[in-house]
Design a protein around this ligand. Sequence first.
Ligand code: PGA
Length: 252
Amino acid sequence: MREFLVAGNWKMNGSAADSEALVSGIVEGAPAVAGYRLLVCPPFTYLASVAGLLTGSNIALGAQNVSQFESGAHTGEIAASMLKDVGCEYVIVGHSERRAMSGESSDIVAAKFLAAQAAGLIPILCVGETLQEREAGTTEKVIDEQLDAVLVAAGIDAFESAVVAYEPVWAIGTGKTAGPAQAQDVHQHIRGRLAAHKPELAEKLQILYGGSMKGDNAPGLLSMADIDGGLIGGASLKANDFLAIAAAAAQS
Ligand code: PGA
């Protein structure tokens, strides 16, 4: 059985005080049951203080981005080793906002995936189509290209310690969610694509859904066979909203 992973992507929101209040609320309210795990991904500047507040809890820490380079003259970038140093276990790579707004190609995303793993972090590889791509019937083609860039660079075995997040771009921050069956179709496709290389690995891989997931739609999404958790933006910014999704995972 795959464990659920419920991950909060705080994006560029909040202050030091807000992050501390948010993480404290999550630590206090998280259902203490087996079978699911929580993860929070605050902005870089709050990682250290959030790490301190997570000590002794079973909640993991992650970052939202990482440099593909190890160290050196890369002004403004953060290396994977630095994230590891501050207590991160996970890092999101290839979020659609970074692909679209920071020009990250699938090759750059693959390099980031490799850099994360080289430092002992678990990359959460985001893939997903835009509305235009869905309407043109190219969803699977787009996702295959995004997955294949990493497969070619890292090999199938690298997915042993990685997570994939299916995030339809048209559902992110829009209030539109993929329906459970619609999301399941893509999750099944992703698992199948990796299973063609190594079935037993694909069976164990966690594939998260992201895009306007909330307490009320989480039970339906999480009940699907290939949906193993969520990558949550908006609803991860209030402890109670995030905990409602955690509760759905804990009960699924
Ligand atoms: P959303 O964001 O939950 O606000 O749609 C999800 C994400 O971008 O990871």
